[in-house]
Design a protein around this ligand. Structure first.
Ligand code: SAH
Length: 397
């Protein structure tokens, strides 16, 4: 077993069960990509078992803080079993859910979403890449699913020195390999393509917020809805289900918008109630303000503007700008559902940014609810970096 020894004083983070060891904390020791290492403090004391990643700044990701644990196929089977069991206890009301959420489930770098009978996994770090076969076997055994598609084509793999890969990892030989699956979320039918969609196919973390939006659209009687960064129209369907008369979905991805329009038909809404606009959200907000249009509800769910804290300042300006425009475009009494999924912008900073946007727009609002990721995207108390999605529900005064 290879040993990685930390520099004096660098044990603190692992002792607090934080699973990352940065390159600068290491005194000695190296290993191959994904190889299991024993991480020791300066005195030779055991700290963790972890996966070594020679190319990454996060040089070791901890598998376990228990010296007696063996990192083998049964370790992965047990972690996956635990993750699946948690989702059962959480009783998620959908046939599409996140089964494994990386560090929070003790499996750093592994994301697994389940869409009906199809699993879709991302292997985003050297450790899970090395154990892919054992992980794939354990996933099928724990879920009873026979289909597992791999979407390891996220750019973060570059930081690990891993090339992008995607394709079927497991499927019955008789299975034609269709990658489109229809799921049912809050009674709404949605088509998800695990091969063509963003990430693993759909943004499951917003599930509960889409339902809440639908309820508030109904409660406040919102008629005209702007869904900015709509992707395949999840919030648009939620708005129509909540009684909205007209929804404008804005996204820069034409295939995503085509799906949004399909979803309108699939759920029995009149095509005339929905408009799909292939455009930049910021530019669209400006144009609509210039045209004197107003909306009763606005959703802003942009992509990650700040992947890390280093990008926070530029991201803050971008968030402030779109939120300022949204405040202006909202009718008095209108509802704003605004989000940030940037790890580099925490909830309190996001709140300050949105407050600044309101000030610049010359309007105030009631902060009626704080929003977060659905519970199948858990965070553990020891890994605050896991908290990435935050949102505010605001009623314009
Ligand atoms: N709210 C969606 C998820 C949004 S993901 C849901 O509930 O499913 C973010 C989306 O922003 C992606 O679909 C991406 O295509 C889109 N996007 C990124 N930059 C954009 C821009 N400048 N203008 C419009 N859309 C953009």
């Amino acid at each position: 077993m290879k040993v990685v020894k930390l520099r004096p004083g660098k044990e603190r983070s692992l002792l607090k069960r934080h699973p990352w060891v940065f390159e600068g904390s290491i005194a000695s020791g190296r290993a191959d990509a994904g190889e299991t290492v024993r991480v020791e403090g300066g005195e030779g004391q055991f700290l963790a078992w972890g996966a070594y990643s020679p190319a990454s700044l996060i040089r070791v990701r901890a598998w376990s803080f228990d010296a007696a644990e063996r990192i083998d196929a049964s370790f992965f089977a047990s972690r996956i079993h635990r993750a699946v069991a948690l989702r059962k206890r959480l009783a998620i009301a959908s046939d599409a859910l996140r089964l494994v959420h990386g560090e929070a489930d003790g499996l750093p770098g592994l994301i697994v979403d389940c869409y009906g009978d199809t699993l879709c996994a991302q292997f985003l770090a050297a450790g899970v890449e090395r154990w892919k076969t054992a992980i794939a076997d354990a996933l099928l055994a724990a879920t009873g699913c026979a289909r597992l598609y791999e979407r390891s084509d996220a750019s973060v793999r570059e930081l690990e020195g891993l090339a992008p890969v995607s394709g079927w990892l497991r499927k019955p030989s008789s299975d034609g390999g269709a990658t489109a699956v229809t799921i049912c979320e809050h009674g709404w039918r949605l088509a998800v393509d695990v091969a063509e969609g963003h990430k693993t196919g759909y943004y499951l973390d917003q599930r509960d917020n889409r339902l809440r939006f639908s309820q508030l659209v109904r409660q406040f009687g919102c008629r005209r809805v702007f869904n900015g960064y709509s992707y395949t129209g999840g919030f648009s369907i939620a708005a129509l289900a909540g009684g909205a008369e007209h929804v404008l979905s804005v996204d820069s991805s034409a295939p995503a918008l085509a799906r949004a329009s399909e979803h309108v038909a699939l759920n029995g809404f009149d095509a005339a109630c929905h408009e799909a606009l292939d455009a930049d959200v910021n530019a669209s907000l400006r144009r609509l303000i210039d045209e004197g249009t107003a909306f009763d509800a606005i959703v802003l769910d942009p992509p990650k503007f700040a992947p890390t804290a280093a990008h926070a300042e530029r991201a803050a300006r971008a968030y402030k700008d779109i939120n300022r425009l949204a405040f202006k475009l909202l009718a008095p009494g209108g509802l704003l559902f605004t989000f940030s999924c940037s790890g580099g912008v925490d909830a309190s900073l996001f709140h300050k940014i949105v407050a600044g946007a309101g000030l610049d727009a010359g309007v105030d609002g009631y902060l009626i609810e704080r929003l977060e990721a659905a519970p199948d995207h858990p965070t553990t108390v020891t890994f605050p970096e896991g908290e990435y999605l935050k949102g505010l529900a605001i009623l314009k005064q």
